[in-house]
Design a binder for this molecule. Structure first.
Ligand SMILES: [Zn+2]
Length: 444
């Protein structure tokens, strides 16, 4: 080795100055690249530690210890059998959909498939980025369509869907369109930055954070109305009771909105979205057929989310995660670039590879998000119990939700890790019993 180096040096000194000079430039470009990557790696580690710390400290790890869940205690054999039948029917399309996500993202990241799919596009770079996102989205959607139709057929077989194919397709198109529009915005900004700034990961990370926060803030007023109509809950004792309960809880709520979810589903649900000026509590119109006391229990749970600012803290952690994603993109894109057959991230043909990486990271983050979410949901349940002191109605409500939505009463470990954003209904019921015992209320 030492000899070779001397020999090389000797040759270079022997007069071939151009070659030596180029090698020097290449080496210093390499050094710069290494330094830039080292800076980004330090930022990634720092940001990762901040995210872990914020998530670790803000997650209510120990909400309330409960006994083991026991579906047979609260659900009939027929109800359990129906839940098992639905789970059995949806397992294959669920895993097929997961496999397709991994395969498509894998092809986009590890092969030149994405670059080939959009390589024929012509025009200015920003137009090729936008059209590239449209082409990749359309191809992906085409591949996924049969599984989506399979799933919808099952929802209809089990009486969960109230849609015809036209409204189903309309929903799906809107969903895909909104997703593609957001990705277009992200990628046009990303490519513009990569074309101008060497350390593009810094403005990209800030931009990803800001976009996440803004999108979450405007979500209830910009995106939700695309899919549902919202009306104020009509005057009457239910509305009065809900607003009085919110006031008692110290959560300022001016209105409870009702979404026309029945145009799509028979499932029961309620949620809080937005924060600050856009925060709202929404109940599905399907839920209003339940006894009033049960609706109050559902809203009491949502007040728990509002009181703890769960949407805001979720948004902030999500924004930091998006920022970390931008830094990691800078770090991993060099090896990906060669496999994906593109020159750099500034190359409009790179949109497929970036979309594949985004899809993989979303998938990988899912289980961690579910762990945090399950604890936050448990805290909202305890809040509902503290506020209403009515575990009996809480359990009635959980049973109604589980039976109507055909929830999985005892998911296997993989399903739990991948899909369970909430504790299971039997877990929630067990917790209500533990709450009753702890608070000296008769155990239902
Ligand atoms: Zn919740």
């Amino acid at each position: 080795m030492a000899d070779e180096r001397t020999e090389g040096g000797g040759r270079s000194m022997g007069g071939d100055r151009d070659a030596g000079g180029t090698r020097g430039v290449a080496r210093s470009a390499d050094d710069v690249g290494r330094r830039l990557r080292r800076e980004a790696a330090i930022a990634a580690v720092g940001l990762g530690i901040v995210i872990l710390a914020v998530a670790a400290f803000s997650t209510p790890w120990r909400v309330l210890a409960a006994g083991p869940p026991d579906p047979a205690r609260d659900f009939t054999a027929a109800q359990i059998a129906r839940a098992q039948a639905f789970d059995a029917a949806t397992t294959l399309p669920s895993y097929l959909s997961l496999a397709l996500t991994i395969i498509i993202a894998g092809l986009l990241v590890a092969t030149p498939a994405g670059a080939r799919a959009v390589g024929w596009l012509r025009g200015p770079w920003w137009l090729r980025v936008i059209l590239g996102v449209v082409v990749i989205t359309a191809l992906t959607e085409l591949i996924r369509l049969p599984v989506g139709m399979w799933f919808e057929t099952l929802l209809r077989d089990f009486g969960l869907s109230t849609q015809d194919w036209a409204s189903w397709a309309g929903d799906r198109l809107k969903n895909v369109g909104v997703g593609a529009a957001i990705v277009c915005l992200m990628l046009v900004v990303l490519v513009a930055l990569a074309r101008r700034v060497r350390r593009w990961w810094i403005p990209a990370a800030v931009g990803a954070f800001v976009l996440t926060v803004v999108a979450s803030f405007v979500y209830p007023v910009v995106f939700e109305p695309l899919f549902n109509d919202f009306t104020s809950m009509r005057q009457g004792p239910l509305r009065e009771n809900l607003l009085a309960m919110a006031e008692r809880d110290g959560v300022p709520v001016e209105d409870v909105l009702v979404a026309d979810a029945s145009r799509r589903t028979t499932a029961l649900n309620a949620y809080v979205s937005g924060f600050g000026a856009t925060r709202r509590i929404v109940v599905y119109d399907t839920l209003l057929k339940a006894p009033q006391r049960e609706v109050e229990l559902v809203v009491a749970h949502e007040l728990g989310h509002a009181k703890h600012d769960d949407v805001l803290s979720g948004t902030l952690i999500g924004g930091l995660g998006a920022g970390l994603g931008a830094v990691l993109l800078f770090l991993v894109f060099d090896p990906v670039r060669r496999r994906a057959g593109v020159t750099s991230i500034a190359d409009p043909r790179a949109v497929g590879a970036v979309m594949g990486l985004m899809s993989l990271s979303t998938l990988l983050m899912g289980p961690a998000e579910n762990v945090v979410s399950r604890h936050i949901e448990a805290r909202a349940d305890v809040h509902a119990l503290d506020l209403t002191r009515d575990p009996a109605t809480f359990i009635q409500m959980q049973k109604r939700l589980a039976v109507t939505n055909i929830s999985d009463l005892s998911p296997d470990a993989v399903e739990y890790v991948l899909y369970a954003s909430h504790p299971t209904s039997p877990e929630r019921i067990a917790m209500a019993r533990a709450w009753a015992k702890l608070n000296g209320v008769p155990v239902p």
